[in-house]
Design a protein around this ligand. Sequence first.
Ligand SMILES: Nc1ncnc2c1ncn2[C@@H]1O[C@H](COP(=O)(O)OP(=O)(O)O)[C@@H](O)[C@H]1O
Ligand SMILES: [Mg+2]
Length: 381
Amino acid sequence: MKNILLLGSGELGKEFVISAKRLGATVIACDSYAGAPAMQVADQSCVFSMLDEAALRAAIAEHQPDLIVPEIEAIRTEVLLDVEREGFEVIPTARAANLTMNRDRIRDVAVGLGVRTAKFAYAETAADLMREAEAIGFPVVIKPVMSSSGKGQSVAKTAQDIQASWDYACAGMRGDRQKVIVEEFIHFEYEITLLTVRQRSGPTLFCPPIGHVQERGDYQYSWQPQGMRPELLAQAQSMADTVTADLGGAGIFGVEFFVTADEVIFSELSPRPHDTGMVTMISQNLSEFDLHARAVLGLPIPKIEAVEGASAVVLATGNGSSPTYSGVSEALSEADVDVRIFGKPTTRPYRRMAVALAKGQDALSRARAAAAKIKVHTEQN
Ligand SMILES: Nc1ncnc2c1ncn2[C@@H]1O[C@H](COP(=O)(O)OP(=O)(O)O)[C@@H](O)[C@H]1O
Ligand SMILES: [Mg+2]
């Protein structure tokens, strides 16, 4: 029986724990606060910051896990590189976790592999940023190299916006590197997550593409399959295969692409289940969490099957604790609709608290209608 140390215990980790435990694994769930979603279903839990080098080393030394499975980006990944050298196994690899923690590192890898990306440059001062933005051409997208969920990200339409974008990026930055990526704004027709599964033995597998819509840096709803011209899908699969093969190891990857009328453009990737992939809990025979569990445990994946499905998020409105939920019964009164409440102990504005899922015809409108029925309540609001 494999013993897994899960680094990060949010809603994606919670579903992964359920999938892994169903296959006989034991899981120690770690996060910076007690009662995190994955801790509620794991064998044991551990509370410390994943950015705290000493605490992370101590947890690995204490639990001697067979597998270290990162669930978030913000981890002291240098520790993972070290312990991998000592013989611990990091999913998918310590290098993958290290490269994807920073937008510039994974972007440089993609470019080195000849993968098509938006035009981009890096800047370490507002003056650099102005020069690079002008070279790329407005509008441009500006993101801190260390950030997630859209934090510090903005679009500069003209040179007048650059100072505000720089200040916003600096305020939203994680870590100590004052560095941003500035990108050509892609007028895409749609964007997708291509869930890509690397197996220990067996070929790399692809789930049908997932379309999604983002607001304020977080996904709002997603659907599967996103219809794509076969040659564009083939391009996306080939790029996903190239990048994930370079990163190596076993597990699922969420590979993000922008799709224009005639082109697929690589954006970024997560070497772990992807939030937009929560739709697979209802649309696929094996969810992205089941696939990740099988891949990391070295179990076979003979077939991935999908029907039409969609997911829509339920967000909190204010700051509070011990949330309760209304409208769940109304949401579930429709056939082929399901709900996952994550069990987060506290709320803040726009925090994702639950997701509504639907499958079959008009899955997207039914998932969104179900999500709209569910309200989050706390004493403070
Ligand atoms: N160059 C770009 N052109 C157009 N839209 C973009 C660009 N970069 C990011 N976006 C939009 O912002 C979203 C979040 O950006 P992303 O780089 O994926 O950051 P995060 O790591 O926060 O998910 C994307 O899913 C897309 O909708
Ligand atoms: Mg993204």
